[in-house]
Design a protein. Structure first.
Length: 147
Protein backbone atom coordinates (compact mmCIF):
# COMPACT_ATOMS: atom_id res chain seq x y z
CA UNK A 1 0.00 0.00 0.00
CA UNK A 2 1.28 3.47 -0.84
CA UNK A 3 0.65 6.51 1.28
CA UNK A 4 0.09 9.92 -0.24
CA UNK A 5 1.59 11.70 2.74
CA UNK A 6 5.35 12.14 2.98
CA UNK A 7 6.94 12.77 6.35
CA UNK A 8 10.19 14.70 6.35
CA UNK A 9 12.69 14.13 9.14
CA UNK A 10 15.53 16.51 9.90
CA UNK A 11 19.03 15.13 9.49
CA UNK A 12 20.79 14.04 12.65
CA UNK A 13 23.47 16.40 13.87
CA UNK A 14 27.13 15.43 14.10
CA UNK A 15 26.87 14.63 17.82
CA UNK A 16 23.81 12.45 17.25
CA UNK A 17 25.40 10.51 14.38
CA UNK A 18 28.53 9.94 16.46
CA UNK A 19 26.40 8.83 19.40
CA UNK A 20 24.57 6.30 17.22
CA UNK A 21 27.91 4.72 16.29
CA UNK A 22 29.18 4.81 19.88
CA UNK A 23 25.95 3.20 21.09
CA UNK A 24 26.32 0.38 18.55
CA UNK A 25 29.92 -0.09 19.69
CA UNK A 26 28.81 -0.32 23.33
CA UNK A 27 25.96 -2.72 22.48
CA UNK A 28 28.53 -5.02 20.85
CA UNK A 29 30.91 -4.70 23.83
CA UNK A 30 33.65 -2.81 21.98
CA UNK A 31 36.03 -0.45 23.74
CA UNK A 32 36.56 2.84 21.90
CA UNK A 33 39.49 4.94 23.14
CA UNK A 34 39.13 8.73 22.95
CA UNK A 35 41.56 9.01 20.01
CA UNK A 36 39.38 6.57 18.06
CA UNK A 37 36.19 8.44 19.00
CA UNK A 38 37.75 11.65 17.69
CA UNK A 39 38.62 9.87 14.43
CA UNK A 40 34.97 8.77 14.13
CA UNK A 41 33.88 12.39 14.68
CA UNK A 42 36.33 13.52 11.96
CA UNK A 43 34.95 10.92 9.54
CA UNK A 44 31.31 11.78 10.27
CA UNK A 45 32.10 15.50 9.83
CA UNK A 46 33.42 14.82 6.32
CA UNK A 47 30.57 12.49 5.40
CA UNK A 48 27.92 14.86 6.74
CA UNK A 49 29.49 17.84 4.93
CA UNK A 50 29.16 15.96 1.64
CA UNK A 51 25.56 14.91 2.18
CA UNK A 52 22.85 15.36 -0.40
CA UNK A 53 19.11 14.71 -0.53
CA UNK A 54 19.79 10.97 -0.28
CA UNK A 55 21.80 11.24 2.94
CA UNK A 56 21.00 8.16 4.98
CA UNK A 57 21.22 9.51 8.53
CA UNK A 58 21.02 6.40 10.73
CA UNK A 59 21.77 4.16 7.76
CA UNK A 60 25.00 6.07 7.16
CA UNK A 61 25.97 5.66 10.82
CA UNK A 62 25.24 1.92 10.54
CA UNK A 63 27.37 1.67 7.37
CA UNK A 64 30.26 3.43 9.14
CA UNK A 65 29.92 1.04 12.10
CA UNK A 66 30.02 -1.95 9.74
CA UNK A 67 33.02 -0.52 7.85
CA UNK A 68 34.87 -0.14 11.15
CA UNK A 69 34.08 -3.77 12.04
CA UNK A 70 35.28 -4.89 8.63
CA UNK A 71 38.58 -3.05 8.99
CA UNK A 72 38.95 -4.45 12.51
CA UNK A 73 38.38 -7.97 11.21
CA UNK A 74 41.15 -7.54 8.67
CA UNK A 75 43.51 -6.14 11.29
CA UNK A 76 42.68 -8.96 13.70
CA UNK A 77 42.98 -11.80 11.21
CA UNK A 78 46.05 -13.10 13.02
CA UNK A 79 45.62 -15.83 15.64
CA UNK A 80 46.25 -15.77 19.41
CA UNK A 81 44.48 -12.53 20.27
CA UNK A 82 43.22 -11.59 23.71
CA UNK A 83 39.67 -10.49 24.46
CA UNK A 84 40.93 -6.93 24.90
CA UNK A 85 42.60 -6.98 21.48
CA UNK A 86 39.42 -8.38 19.90
CA UNK A 87 37.17 -5.74 21.43
CA UNK A 88 39.28 -2.56 21.26
CA UNK A 89 38.61 -0.38 18.25
CA UNK A 90 41.75 1.43 17.12
CA UNK A 91 42.08 4.67 15.19
CA UNK A 92 43.32 2.70 12.16
CA UNK A 93 39.99 0.82 12.09
CA UNK A 94 38.12 4.03 11.20
CA UNK A 95 38.04 4.40 7.40
CA UNK A 96 38.81 7.60 5.54
CA UNK A 97 35.87 9.43 4.01
CA UNK A 98 37.46 8.81 0.62
CA UNK A 99 37.05 5.05 1.08
CA UNK A 100 33.32 5.45 0.85
CA UNK A 101 31.62 5.45 -2.50
CA UNK A 102 28.13 6.61 -3.25
CA UNK A 103 25.85 3.82 -4.37
CA UNK A 104 22.11 4.41 -4.56
CA UNK A 105 22.33 7.35 -2.17
CA UNK A 106 24.06 5.58 0.70
CA UNK A 107 27.63 5.41 1.86
CA UNK A 108 29.13 1.96 1.89
CA UNK A 109 32.46 0.32 1.35
CA UNK A 110 32.88 -1.84 -1.69
CA UNK A 111 33.44 -5.02 0.29
CA UNK A 112 30.68 -4.38 2.85
CA UNK A 113 28.22 -5.92 0.42
CA UNK A 114 27.38 -9.49 1.45
CA UNK A 115 29.41 -12.17 -0.24
CA UNK A 116 32.14 -9.91 -1.57
CA UNK A 117 35.80 -10.16 -0.72
CA UNK A 118 38.12 -7.24 -0.24
CA UNK A 119 41.11 -6.70 -2.51
CA UNK A 120 44.29 -8.46 -1.45
CA UNK A 121 46.75 -6.04 0.11
CA UNK A 122 50.53 -6.38 -0.12
CA UNK A 123 50.50 -7.38 3.57
CA UNK A 124 48.02 -10.19 2.82
CA UNK A 125 50.11 -11.36 -0.16
CA UNK A 126 53.26 -11.39 1.97
CA UNK A 127 51.41 -13.49 4.57
CA UNK A 128 50.42 -15.97 1.85
CA UNK A 129 46.72 -15.10 1.88
CA UNK A 130 45.00 -15.43 -1.48
CA UNK A 131 41.58 -14.15 -0.41
CA UNK A 132 40.27 -12.38 2.65
CA UNK A 133 36.55 -12.55 3.45
CA UNK A 134 34.72 -9.30 4.08
CA UNK A 135 32.84 -10.69 7.09
CA UNK A 136 33.72 -9.16 10.47
CA UNK A 137 34.95 -11.30 13.35
CA UNK A 138 32.11 -12.27 15.64
CA UNK A 139 33.05 -12.64 19.29
CA UNK A 140 30.84 -15.72 19.62
CA UNK A 141 33.09 -17.46 17.07
CA UNK A 142 36.06 -16.99 19.41
CA UNK A 143 36.64 -19.97 21.74
CA UNK A 144 35.33 -19.25 25.27
CA UNK A 145 38.79 -19.62 26.80
CA UNK A 146 40.03 -16.72 24.62
CA UNK A 147 37.10 -14.36 25.29
Amino acid sequence: MRFKTTTEFADFGLDELTQIIMTMMAEHHFTVPEVTRLEIVRLMTKIRAGRDRNFGNGRTARNVFEAILERMAHRLSDANLTREELTTVLREDVPDAGEFTRRRGSFRTGSAIAGRRRPISPKDKAAGRSAVPAAPIRLRSVPPERR
